[in-house]
Design a protein around this ligand. Sequence first.
Ligand SMILES: Cc1cc2nc3c(=O)[nH]c(=O)nc-3n(C[C@H](O)[C@H](O)[C@H](O)COP(=O)(O)OP(=O)(O)OC[C@H]3O[C@@H](n4cnc5c(N)ncnc54)[C@H](O)[C@@H]3O)c2cc1C
Length: 345
Amino acid sequence: MRLMRFQENVDLANFSTMALGGKVRYLVRVSNETELVEAMSFAKANKLHSIIIGEGSNIVWQDGLFEGLVIVNDINYFDIHKETSNSYLLTVGAGEIWDKIVEQSTSEELSGIEALSLIPGKTGATPIQNVGAYGQEISQSLVNIRVYDALENKFFTIDNADCGFGYRTSRFKTSERGRFYITKLKLRLKKTNPEPPFYKDVTNYFNDQKITDFTPETVRQAVIQIRKHKLPDPKTIHNCGSFFANPLISQESEQQLKTLFPDLVSWPTDNGLFKVSAAWLIEKAGYKNYHDQETGMATWENQPLVLVNEHAKSTNDLLLFKEKIVSVVQARFGIELQQEPELLP
Ligand SMILES: Cc1cc2nc3c(=O)[nH]c(=O)nc-3n(C[C@H](O)[C@H](O)[C@H](O)COP(=O)(O)OP(=O)(O)OC[C@H]3O[C@@H](n4cnc5c(N)ncnc54)[C@H](O)[C@@H]3O)c2cc1C
């Protein structure tokens, strides 16, 4: 049996792809459910607040000392099982690297998550904000999740319908933030080829490359190429992907804005609201490819939604830069941008 090691006074900048933040009193890696329970018991016995994380690609740590316990999820598991002639069930440990699961499933010609290629992070974090990209969301393929409930101290399964999924959100990010520690996910994928219409960028890529053979693998490769062009690699450039969610506004507000700004980029959604491109708002607010000397932060050249830590000294610098953008967008368009990565603890 592996002995769990509780490290003390650990730099949290190493556990966020933004590479900022203070220290945590204790940090431990768990590789199975027994170790997770042990870590939770340690937190309880020492009256410590605990937080479970994956790769830290959607986390911004506060500055200062967090007098708590950070649990890094390393629970690995993978099982694939044929359900019907064209449907497969995948059971995946929450500690598995998400893109490896997408790679494996597309190589098995399974469809459902191919457009979620190259999203950084671990599988266990995907339900938290209902990760989505290029027209797919994890909620469309998720059957259920196995969780440890920190309130009731027991394991159980939560079905998709009970996850409270919405655009970049779930009950795990809102009303019950921090309560459930995900250990496994069950996904249902189809042995069919994806069909057009695809998301605009993907369609353009296929047209440019003259690709007419639409398979999970060709969609994956298209998404990988688009993302590589548009987004910085968090392994070499400190960032957390999109720093702001696309705001949702009423149809009336959208029409008013369109009158003032005819080139406004927006899309209707299923619930009657309109999604406005946060990238467009930021660009029009004068923050495209902006390098802020005061804070050491910048917006990424090919995607202004991505905030990049060039030489910031602290999370305070990042939040200062964020506020500059939020206040200009608010003053110009009357829209309040919402931060997507979580500020912890
Ligand atoms: C370059 C870049 C591009 C990105 N593109 C996208 C994108 O296209 N679409 C998108 O949706 N996101 C995107 N993201 C955000 C991020 O990759 C995803 O949100 C990802 O799922 C986070 O995984 P993680 O393991 O890094 O989670 P972490 O950042 O470690 O954690 C994120 C949240 O999930 C919680 N959490 C983590 N693991 C568990 C668990 N096992 N049980 C319970 N709670 C848990 C944490 O407490 C925290 O609240 C991008 C990020 C980067 C850096």
